[in-house]
Design a protein around this ligand. Structure first.
Ligand SMILES: *Cc1c(COP(=O)(O)O)cnc(C)c1O
Length: 376
């Protein structure tokens, strides 16, 4: 077979990420590649930093983009904040909390796990109890919006409790950034990372991250060097840092950063609060439409992530077959359940550019059409 250019099919992406990308962002990415130390490129990087400070609602100077996907944002946070032997309180209510635990272990840390059932938020009382039992802990980790189950935890309250016990927090905001309220400075979140392909609707492969001054001081006081060369923020900041001359660290993913820049410009134009409101409204529209065809949500109402709707797969319905038909007949991608949720839930994303009333109606009627075949 002759191999020629790849032309992906048109899809509507309503899974847990990547989300649909605006033509504006795709067009920005097709602009000419320039050098990663070109003064014009550096000017654009400075703008990305400013735009991210807006998206994160922070003044943190150490705000930049890790040249790798959200998981590398997670690893950057953990590998810099945790030293061998450290006790780390790790909140786990789904796949991504579990991944944080694995990373803490690989850094030689001792995780103390605060568990919540899948589909539920982390209970502040449980975190408090773990902190009382482990006064030696200095770091707490949790996932703000647990994409594997659709549950939103109360980041502000969890951070306040951690601080009362002299701990810093690492917060996974991969799915929350740009999609629901997240206020890094006001909520006093110490290290927060995200990903480009969820509510920012930029291509996958970039991880925005921010560290406040307490976190920077914590890293400066390390007794051992950060064991990852690539993710060591002391080295990365020689490239992303503001004041000094930029030094070569690695070659930035230039065109991908053009895409993120454009996506952040779009967020700024819309206004962060308006974006949060839009995600909320479309979630409510989807809720009404799905409940009308008899589907039920997995997460209790007060703990739902508006941009990631976890719905229960009705009895007698073949999960894989439904998703396959949606993809083939409707060009529509929705997410399957992960880990223990496989076959139990679907995850319908209304993220970023894809969070609009048209997608809500399209998804609900496509699902209704496909589900009818199981009910007759
Ligand atoms: C998607 C996601 C990640 C991982 O991001 P990748 O870009 O896939 O590496 C981490 N945490 C949460 C909550 C996510 O939704």
């Amino acid at each position: 077979m002759e191999i020629t250019s790849f032309h992906p099919p048109q899809r509507i992406l309503m899974g847990p990420g990547p989300s649909d990308i605006s033509p504006r962002v795709l067009e920005a990415m097709s602009r000419p590649t320039i050098g990663h130390l070109d003064p014009e490129f550096i000017r654009m990087m400075d703008q990305v930093k400013q735009l991210l400070q807006y998206a994160f609602q922070t003044r943190n100077d150490m705000t930049f983009v890790v040249s790798a996907p959200g998981s590398a944002g997670m690893e950057t946070a953990i590998v810099n904040m945790v030293e061998p032997g450290d006790t780390v309180i790790v909140c786990v209510n789904g796949v991504f909390g579990g991944r944080m635990q694995a990373m803490v272990e690989r850094c030689g840390g001792q995780p103390v796990v605060v568990e919540a059932p899948w589909g539920r938020a982390i209970e502040p009382e449980k975190l408090e109890a773990a902190l009382k039992a482990h006064p030696e802990a200095r770091v707490v980790t949790f996932v703000h919006a647990e994409t594997s189950t659709g549950a939103l935890s109360d980041a502000r309250t969890l951070a306040a409790i951690a601080h009362q016990h002299d701990c810093l927090v690492i917060v996974d905001a991969v799915t929350s950034l740009g999609g629901c309220p997240l206020k890094v400075d006001e909520w006093e979140l110490d290290v927060v990372y995200s990903g480009s392909q969820k509510c920012l609707s930029a291509p996958p492969g970039l991880a925005p991250i921010t560290f406040n001054e307490r976190a920077v001081a914590h890293i400066q006081n390390r007794k051992t060097p950060v064991q990852s060369w690539f993710l060591d923020v002391n080295l990365v900041m020689q490239y992303w840092g503001g004041q000094q001359r930029r030094a070569y660290h690695h070659t930035a993913p230039i065109n991908n950063l053009y895409g993120l820049h454009e996506a952040l410009v779009m967020l700024k134009e819309e206004g962060l609060e308006n974006a949060w409101q839009r995600h909320r409204e479309n979630h409510l529209r989807l809720k009404t439409a799905l409940e009308a065809i008899g589907l039920e949500f997995f997460v209790p109402e007060a703990e739902r992530i508006p941009q990631l709707n976890a719905v229960q797969i009705p009895d007698g319905v073949d999960d894989a077959q439904v998703r396959q038909r949606l993809l083939e007949e409707f060009r529509l991608e929705i997410g399957a359940g992960l880990g223990p949720m496989a076959g139990k839930i679907w995850r319908i994303g209304l993220m970023g550019y894809g969070s609009n009333p048209k997608n809500v109606l399209y998804c609900a009627s496509a699902l209704e059409t496909v589900l009818k075949t199981f009910r007759s």
